[in-house]
Design a protein around this ligand. Sequence first.
Ligand code: ADP
Ligand code: ZN
Length: 527
Amino acid sequence: MPVTDSEALATLHRVFGYEAFRGEQEAVIEHVVAGGDAVVLMPTGGGKSLCYQIPALVRPGTGIVVSPLIALMQDQVDALRALGVRAGFVNSTQDFDERRVVEAEFLAGELDLLYLAPERLRLEGTLDLLSRGKISVFAIDEAHCVSQWGHDFRPDYLALSLLGERWPDVPRIALTATATHATHQEITHRLGMPEARHFVASFDRPNIQYRIVPKADPKKQLLAFLRAEHPGDAGIVYCLSRNSVEKTAEFLSANGVDAVPYHAGLDARTRAAHQSRFLREDGLVVVATIAFGMGIDKPDVRFVAHLDLPKSVEGYYQETGRAGRDGLPSTAWMAYGLNDVIQQRKLIQSGEGDEAFRRRAAAHLDSMLALCETAQCRRGQLLVYFGQEPGAAGCGNCDTCLTPPETWDGTVAAQKVLSTVVRLQRERGQKFGAVQIIDILLGKRTAKVIQFDHDQLSVFGIGEDLTEGEWRGVVRQLLAQGLLTVEGEYGTLTLTEASGSVLRREREVPLRKEPKRPAAAKSGASS
Ligand code: ADP
Ligand code: ZN
């Protein structure tokens, strides 16, 4: 339909001031303007918003945008109004009068876009309001929130299938940056959009350099990385716990980095203040739990650092994807070590959820670990994970491409670890964590080794050929490869079904050589 095409393009120029559509935008917009349903998978920063904003402007009526990001609605609406778009929102932060004004505007046909939180669509009052106005399109943003297996599951999203039932003639567009094939299918299925056309943009973010370093002293490693490569740059540092968020932010501030904390334990006003400073100032570092970042549109985030292991590749991809939306070189940096593996395995085992949930969580973790331990191009592995072809050669812009890791035959080392675990269990009926196993291998007579007579074991001291750091690497990789696992609240090591084949010498165990500890990690920092 050339008429709508040119209308869409004219709107892009006139309202948004952009020259041309990017990637899949044009195809998506054309399809939705013509009344079709669409599922859009585009990486963060890919330009999803225009995919529904332009159809909402071109088609008669108001575009209804369902978004879980209540905290950002005001900003989004303000930004649109500044462009002359008639936008409004209805959510729980408004009082009755404010809401009435927006509702009246909607009914009078004076809104191009109306943002709603998903929980509002469970209220009969909201549905009734919507049926009294004219709707041009339904946009379901962050559509992966409908997935029960994802990390952002929102039960309210499950009710959104009713939109198609109640308004069969209004096109729907579901958008997300999370896109494994499974999530993809679930969105189509749970939102009741079997006829929707799928638009999948490339997941490659060529300007992001992926790096995963062995964790030694993470705060100091982070500081050295920032000083060497990103002084004065804006960035996000992710930590798992509120406590480590606080400590890391303090540490960075004490060492001259402009850094603020962000987590759910801070009061709403502090959180909002830190977020708006991040958006408006140059070069602020936010240290945060994963609560921070969803939907934040800051183009010049130069780095995303992880001090703890994300729970899944989707999470990692989404969090690192907040770097470099402007297309300029950016870094995704992560410190990862043995304790990350042990901690996450423990969390899964002691966490809530049924057996199936635990299995899924374990599979997510395994994929994440495979990415950490790979000796191949990390970008290639990410793309394969998202169902895309990797480039033939390496990408040339990740650590494994830039400095290929050496591998070595770790079969004998693996056997030593596994047989120590077996002996303790069979001969003594005991289970221990990684520290004790490594002390035994190294032949260290620590108080705990003496206390348990572990210097009497035949395996005592059989591992003096490797350093403690190298043994930690071996144990970590065995855990990552599923040749060893942890159990209980103390994270004791125990065998898996696959361990037997190593002990029986039926399989080899190739391992990644531990890189030398970067010299930068030792540089002066006060804690
Ligand atoms: P997403 O929601 O997919 O993360 P956004 O819709 O927020 O991405 O867009 C990311 C950035 O790219 C925004 O700053 C947006 O204004 C810009 N952008 C989107 N489409 C275009 C385009 N066709 N031309 C230029 N800039 C664009
Ligand atoms: Zn690469």
